[in-house]
Design a binder for this molecule. Structure first.
Ligand SMILES: [Zn+2]
Length: 274
């Protein structure tokens, strides 16, 4: 059994135990985490807004100047995503979530919350498949199944797709074209710093985000799978990194399809927009 399988089994067991314990336990966890009102299962930390957060203007920040996109892949997860959404809400930052279909099916309330709080919900395939090895039917199914679920949950047809592992395939591209989705959205990663899935910890994640930030950069971050096994305080990088980028004059945008490919983001057919 691979490490990955074991991790999934541990997660499955955890969900089974929670389910067995019944709604009383779930609502206790929910209220403890401050999430009961949303019907949201939160198994990780939550973020409490600071006085400085509360003083931020509610209107979107459309100042000219460098604009960066935070993109979160593989979620949602009850361990990480509630914290990420709390931080983004408190910091008035919109982000782009490349959602994994099977995780959206397990945690639809978190996908609905992404949409309700103004984020872009995008497609990252159903099971995080390695597309070069899929048949054309499998490629079609990975993309279409996720597309249909996200459309049902959000009421909006996703317009962006990021290949798992950034690995495209001609069959995947054909399926995306049939659905009218801009596929092959990559990211900027030009430093030799470690990314979040390599578990570098909060301090080095702040360095990663601040170092990689540039006008029009799409930063690769995660809110499920691999990062759940990192140290539980690694995710505390997020509010710190947002504050540091703001102090350097950055605003935060979301990813949108674009006819012009972005060289900065490995040829992504997309741009960062307010
Ligand atoms: Zn991924």
């Amino acid at each position: 059994m691979s490490f990955d399988d074991r991790r999934r089994n541990v997660r499955s067991l955890l969900f089974f135990v929670v389910a067995l314990a019944g709604t009383a336990v779930v609502s206790f966890i929910g209220s403890f985490a401050g999430a009961a009102d949303r019907g949201e299962l939160a198994l990780g930390p939550r973020y409490t807004p600071t006085a400085a957060d509360a003083a931020l203007p509610a209107a979107p920040d459309r100042r000219p100047g460098p604009r960066v996109a935070l993109t979160f892949d593989d979620g949602p997860s009850p361990q990480i995503t509630p914290f990420v959404l709390d931080v983004l809400q408190a910091k008035r930052v919109r982000a782009t979530f490349f959602v994994q279909g099977e995780n959206a099916e397990r945690h639809p309330e978190l996908v609905r919350r992404m949409q309700a709080e103004g984020h872009v919900v995008a497609n990252h395939a159903w099971q995080h498949a390695w597309f070069p090895d899929l048949t054309s039917e499998e490629a079609e199914s990975e993309i279409r199944r996720t597309h249909e679920l996200l459309t049902e949950l959000t009421g909006v047809r996703p317009t962006l797709f990021r290949y798992p592992f950034g690995q495209p395939s001609p069959d995947g591209d054909a399926a995306l074209a049939r659905l009218g989705i801009a596929g092959g959205v990559h990211w900027k990663w030009t430093s030799n710093l470690e990314g979040d899935f390599q578990c570098p910890g909060a301090d080095r994640m702040v360095d990663f985000v601040v170092t990689e930030a540039a006008d029009q950069a799409m930063l690769l971050l995660h809110d499920a799978n691999d990062v759940i096994t990192c140290s539980p305080d690694q995710i505390q990088y997020l509010p710190r990194a947002i504050d540091q980028l703001r102090a350097r004059g950055f605003t935060f945008g979301v990813v949108a399809p674009s006819p012009v490919r972005s060289a900065l983001n490995s040829g992504s057919p997309a741009a960062v927009v307010p």
